[in-house]
Design a protein around this ligand. Structure first.
Ligand code: ADP
Length: 446
C-alpha cells in the first residue's frame, strides 16, 4: 500500500480523498492555491504545500508545480479527484514518467475511453447501446448529410474532445447541418485543440442515466448500478439519485453489464462512469465515458455500501477489486442535492463571500460532504459548489421526505445557495413521481 499520497484538488473532494487515505493509514499531502490558503481542511492533511496564485492554470492546473510538490513531499501516488487535471492523459503520463502512481486509469486507457469517437468504437465492440450516427469523425459536409439522411433529423454535431456541455450544435434539417459542420470543426479546434467532430441522433426528450463502474489492474471490472441525473441546468447536474426511478431492472442490468464489459475491454483500472440518455421507451444510448470519480459518487456508495474512493486507491496500489459482481446489491434509495453558492432568484449569480452561518443537518441517513465551516470564505475563482447533501432511506418516497427534512434543517447565510431551489424541487409532483426529463428544471425555471 502507498505510504503517502498527494491530493491534486481542492474543496470537498480534497477532503473526501483525505478521509479515505486516513482510514487506510496513508499520509496525505494537500496542495493549495493562495485563494485557498486559509481553507480549514488543509489542517487535516499531514502536509500542505502552496502551488501558486488563485488562477487555476497557475495552480491546480499547473502540472509542473504539482509534480514538483509531489517530488518535494516524496509521495508514492497522486489522486486527481474530479475536474482540473483528472481527465488529462498527459498528466497521468507525466506521473508515470516520474514514477509516481496516478490514482486513476493509465494514459492509454484514459485516451481509449475519454475521446468520444474512440469510446464509441469500443462501446460498439462491447455491445454497449450507442446512438445511431457516424462511425467515426466526420470529414466533410457531404458525409455529414449522408449520415443525417440515414438516421433522420434532428441530429447533433459534437466535438470528439468536447466537455462541459460545450461544442454541441443541434440541427433540424439539411440546411442548418450544412451551415454548421465547418463552424463546429473550427470551434472544436479553437476550444479543445482537436477539430474532430461527429454526428448522432438528437433526442428531444430523455433522461440522463449513468452507470458507475470499477476496474482493476488484473482485468476485473464490475458495475455498481446506475444513477439518474436528469435534474440539470445548462447541462450541469443539480440532483442525482440511485437507483433510477421506474427503470425496468432487467433492462438496466443488461446496460450495466455492458458498461462493465466496456471498461474491461479498454483494460481500464479505477472508477469510471458510462453516461447514457434513456428515451421514453427505456431505450439506452451511450453519451460518453467519464474517466474519473464523479461528484455524485456518494449516492452509489449509500445504496451499495461500497467506498468508491477507497477502492480507487486500493486498485491503483495493485490490489484486486475486493468484491465480485454478485456481491454488489442495492439497498434502499439515495438522493444527492448539490449545494452551490449561487442565487437561484437572480439567474444563479455566483454568491461568493464569507459564510458566517453554517448549520448543517444531521440525523439518520444524512451525509454531508463539504469543506465549509462557519467563517469560511468562498473564493470567487473556482466552482461554486460548497457542499453535497446526500440522504439515504429504505425507499424513494422515504428518501424524499428525509431530504425535505434535512434541507429544512440546513441553515446557511448570508451568502445565497441552491438550498431553497432543492426544497422547491422536492415538492414537485413530477419529481415525486419520478417523471422528469433533462429539460424539466429549465422549464420550471422559465
Ligand atoms: P459533455 O461532455 O459536454 O458533457 P455530453 O455528450 O455528455 O457532453 O452531453 C451533454 C448533454 O448534452 C447531455 O447530458 C444531454 O443533455 C445533451 N445531449 C448530448 N447528446 C445528445 C443527444 N444525442 N440527444 C439529446 N441530447 C443530447
Amino acid at each position: 500500500m502507498f505510504k503517502r499520497v498527494l491530493i491534486a484538488n481542492r474543496g470537498e473532494i480534497a477532503l473526501r480523498i483525505m478521509r479515505a487515505c486516513q482510514e487506510l493509514g496513508i499520509e496525505t499531502v494537500c496542495v493549495y492555491s493562495e485563494a485557498d490558503r486559509d481553507a480549514p481542511y488543509l489542517r487535516l492533511a499531514d502536509r500542505a504545500i502552496c502551488i501558486g496564485p488563485a488562477p487555476a492554470r497557475e495552480s491546480y492546473l499547473n502540472i509542473s508545480r504539482i509534480v514538483s510538490a509531489a517530488e518535494i513531499a516524496d509521495v508514492d501516488a497522486i489522486h486527481p479527484g474530479y475536474g482540473f487535471l483528472a481527465e488529462r492523459a498527459e498528466f497521468s503520463e507525466i506521473c508515470r514518467e516520474c514514477k509516481i502512481e496516478f490514482i486513476g486509469p493509465s494514459p492509454e486507457a484514459m485516451k481509449r475511453l475519454g475521446d468520444k469517437v474512440e469510446a464509441k468504437r469500443f462501446a460498439r465492440a462491447a455491445k454497449v447501446p450507442t446512438f445511431p450516427g457516424s462511425e467515426g469523425a466526420i470529414e466533410n459536409e457531404e458525409e455529414a448529410v449522408e449520415v443525417a439522411n440515414e438516421i433522420g433529423y434532428p441530429v447533433i454535431i459534437k466535438a470528439a474532445a468536447g466537455g462541459g456541455g460545450r461544442g454541441m450544435r443541434v440541427c433540424h434539417n439539411e440546411a442548418t447541418l450544412r451551415a454548421n459542420i465547418k463552424k463546429a470543426q473550427q470551434e472544436a479546434m479553437a476550444a479543445f485543440g482537436n477539430g474532430s467532430v461527429f454526428i448522432e441522433k438528437f433526442l428531444e426528450s430523455a433522461r440522463h442515466v449513468e452507470v458507475q463502474v470499477l476496474g482493476d489492474k488484473h482485468g476485473n471490472a464490475i458495475h455498481l448500478w446506475e444513477r439518474d441525473c436528469s435534474m440539470q441546468r445548462r447541462h450541469q447536474k443539480i440532483i442525482e439519485e440511485a437507483p433510477g426511478p421506474g427503470i425496468d431492472r432487467k433492462k438496466i442490468e443488461r446496460v450495466c453489464d455492458s458498461a462493465a464489459r466496456l471498461v474491461k475491454s479498454a483494460e481500464y483500472s479505477g472508477a469510471a462512469t458510462v453516461e447514457f440518455l434513456m428515451d421514453g421507451k427505456q431505450n439506452f444510448y451511450m453519451l460518453e465515458v467519464n474517466t474519473r470519480v464523479q461528484v455524485e459518487h456518494p449516492v452509489t456508495e449509500f445504496i451499495t455500501g461500497i467506498d468508491i474512493v477507497k477502492t480507487t486507491i486500493l486498485v491503483a496500489a495493485g490490489e484486486e477489486l475486493p468484491f465480485r459482481q454478485r456481491d454488489v446489491n442495492i439497498k434502499g434509495h439515495a438522493i444527492e442535492c448539490r449545494i452551490n453558492a449561487e442565487d437561484p432568484d437572480k439567474g444563479f449569480m455566483p454568491s461568493a463571500g464569507v459564510i458566517s452561518t453554517w448549520e448543517p443537518p444531521g440525523g439518520p441517513g444524512v451525509r454531508l460532504d463539504s469543506h465549509v465551516v462557519p467563517g469560511y470564505r468562498v473564493p470567487p475563482n473556482y466552482d461554486s459548489m460548497v457542499g453535497k447533501l446526500i440522504c439515504h432511506a429504505d425507499d424513494r418516497a422515504q428518501c424524499i421526505e428525509r431530504t425535505v427534512r434535512a434541507l429544512r434543517e440546513f441553515n446557511v447565510g448570508p451568502i445565497r445557495t441552491t438550498i431553497p431551489l432543492h426544497s422547491r424541487l422536492m415538492e414537485q409532483s413530477e419529481f415525486r413521481s419520478g417523471n422528469v426529463d433533462i429539460h424539466f428544471l429549465e422549464r420550471l425555471l422559465k
